[in-house]
Design a protein around this ligand. Structure first.
Ligand code: ADP
Length: 532
């Protein structure tokens, strides 16, 4: 027997319809690369998305066709998120920081037919055009010097269009992981998974939006669906402020002028903002909440933001998880905690939002489930309706038959459900049969004022199998010594975790998404020898 409620297909066109209807006047502000600013609102975004859907159909695109975007954060990019899905298409948000071979691979692999790009990325388009074999049309989000301009292109249509309907499980977006080894892998989000993920983002324990929220997302729209913010924000009818450039001076000015309450970005973005404020001798912007994720948020960052009156939402996730897995925010016992305890808790990766399940398993057999005791660490697995089942065009599932997807992360789960990431399975250091967290060592090291960046790698050791070696980039003008760093580490970590060596380097290699690339570091120091 069936229940007796109405049919309502979970498609993301509902999201933009709702935003336009219930928060139609709420503003969407864009600060463009050339310094100009424009204002539209949710009703305007929907009206343009309808026109874009018509324009795509006029080019001959049909349901299931792929449209690529090569763009920073701005209102026309937002229009594309809804316009492409509204015509039944799939938006492939391309990361412009990828290397040429990766750019070639992903656009051809996704079979993108149209590519919408920022004028700032014209050099990439010029370089790659010959290599992108499936792209038939190029549209420029800014001027129309080399390709039709987006506004002119959609402006030829009247917006009198019915959203294309279909199944909840139709795809609506593709994001590729940057892939530290081999080719990037495509993760294909569905209407249903996207909608449910956005709802999860609305939980008070996650983004905690109200209709009064004003969000400036620094996390790019091309990275892991911008953490679902453009969808969750539409559901809550919040104001968005977008900046097509990531210069801290520009972001700071926008945050003050537009009365921004919320922002989201990786730790390096916040670091750049701190440095800017220190240089100018000004206060941090009075944000209510800062979502920080993508890599571990260091303690000093949490402390400084909390002292600024900003709630820190430390989130963990990955492209394969849409990306929200866990988010940290005030817990039930928050008022009873000291400031230090609050910082300690926030430095962990938060608790799972409703909808996803986490577990840790034995690193040796990758099967045996381990206790959630706040002490035992293991390989982190996740399952849920917005977690990957299979990579685009892959022959085998990425998740096992029970839905558990192996994240490649290593962590501890506390009895209250808080996740504490300790490493990546590839980077954790095995010394004399015991595990050492390279990440904890790095975090402790960057707490020294003379250390700009640190990366810890396990190096082969004749007696212990592996021992930690810490690579350090000194801060500008710093004369920090190896002894200083060891002294700084001593009270923070177990004795047997102390690095066997500290090596000063000019720079530490990074991936296209700005994370430390330990693979490159290991390659660079392939002949490194530790004494027995
Ligand atoms: P990439 O394209 O660089 O793989 P992802 O965003 O998919 O980008 O990377 C996901 C990985 O980033 C996670 O598996 C984890 O290792 C790391 N990560 C994400 N958030 C956090 C966090 N809050 N703390 C520590 N590591 C994190």
């Amino acid at each position: 027997m069936l229940g007796a409620m109405q049919d309502w297909t979970m498609r993301i066109t509902h999201v933009i319809d709702h935003a336009a209807r219930e928060a139609g006047m709420r503003e969407i502000v864009t600060r463009w690369a050339d310094g100009s600013e424009t204002r539209t609102n949710w009703a305007g975004i929907r009206a343009d998305a309808l026109k874009m859907a018509q324009a795509l159909q006029a080019l001959g695109l049909r349901k299931g066709d792929k449209v690529a975007s090569l763009a920073m954060n701005h209102s026309r990019h937002l229009v594309s998120w809804y316009g492409v899905a509204g015509m039944g298409g799939v938006l492939h948000t391309v990361n412009p920081r990828l290397f040429d071979d990766q750019l070639e691979y992903i656009v051809n692999h996704a079979e993108d037919k149209v590519l919408c790009y920022d004028a700032a990325f014209q050099p990439i388009v010029d370089r790659m055009k010959e290599r992108w074999t499936t792209v038939e049309h190029y549209i420029c989000y800014d001027s129309g010097e080399h390709s039709p301009a987006f506004e002119d292109w959609i402006g030829e249509h009247d917006g009198d269009f019915e959203w294309v309907t279909g199944a909840e499980t139709d795809p609506c977006m593709i994001c590729y992981t940057s892939g530290t080894t081999g080719n990037p892998k495509g993760v294909q989000y569905e209407h249903r998974s996207t909608l449910m993920h956005a709802l999860a983002g609305l939980q008070p324990a996650a983004f905690n939006f109200s209709s009064a929220s004003c969000m400036l997302p620094v996390v790019p729209m091309f990275h892991a669906a911008s953490w679902g913010l453009p969808y969750a924000g539409a559901m809550a009818g919040i104001k968005f402020v977008f900046s097509a450039v990531n210069d801290p001076a520009v972001l700071h000015d926008l945050m003050i002028r537009e009365k921004v309450t919320d922002s989201a970005g990786v730790p390096t973005v916040w670091l750049a903002h701190f440095q800017y404020c220190d240089k100018e001798g000004i206060d941090l912007p009075p944000l209510k909440a800062a979502t920080i994720g993508g890599s571990a948020c260091p303690r000093f960052m949490i402390e400084r933001l909390m002292k600024n009156g900003t709630r820190v939402q430390h989130a963990w996730g990955m492209t394969e998880t849409s990306p929200i897995g866990t988010v940290g925010g005030p817990t039930w016992d928050w008022d009873e905690l000291s400031f230090e305890e609050k910082v300690d808790k926030t430095a962990m990766q938060g608790r799972p939002v409703f909808g996803v399940e986490l577990r840790i398993v034995d690193l040796d057999d990758m099967m045996t489930e381990l206790p959630r005791d706040g002490k035992t660490s293991g390989a982190l697995q996740i399952r849920g309706p917005w977690i990957i089942k299979r990579y685009l065009k892959a022959e085998q599932d990425a998740a096992n038959q029970d839905g558990w997807f192996d994240t490649g992360d290593v962590g501890i789960i506390h009895p209250d459900g808080t996740l504490q990431l300790t490493d990546r399975t590839k980077d954790v250091i095995k010394s004399g049969g015991e595990w050492i967290s390279s990440v904890e060592l790095e975090n402790a090291a960057v707490g020294h004022s003379g250390v700009a960046e640190a990366a810890c790698v396990g190096m082969p050791h004749p007696k212990w199998d592996e021992r930690p070696v810490l690579f350090v980039v000194k801060g500008e003008g710093s004369d920090v010594t190896k002894e200083d760093i060891l002294k700084h580490l001593e009270p923070q970590i177990a004795k047997w975790w102390m690095p066997d060596a500290i090596e000063f380097v000019d720079e530490i290699p990074h991936t296209a998404t700005g994370k430390i690339s330990k693979k490159d570091l290991r390659d660079r120091f392939a002949d490194y020898k530790l004494e027995g």
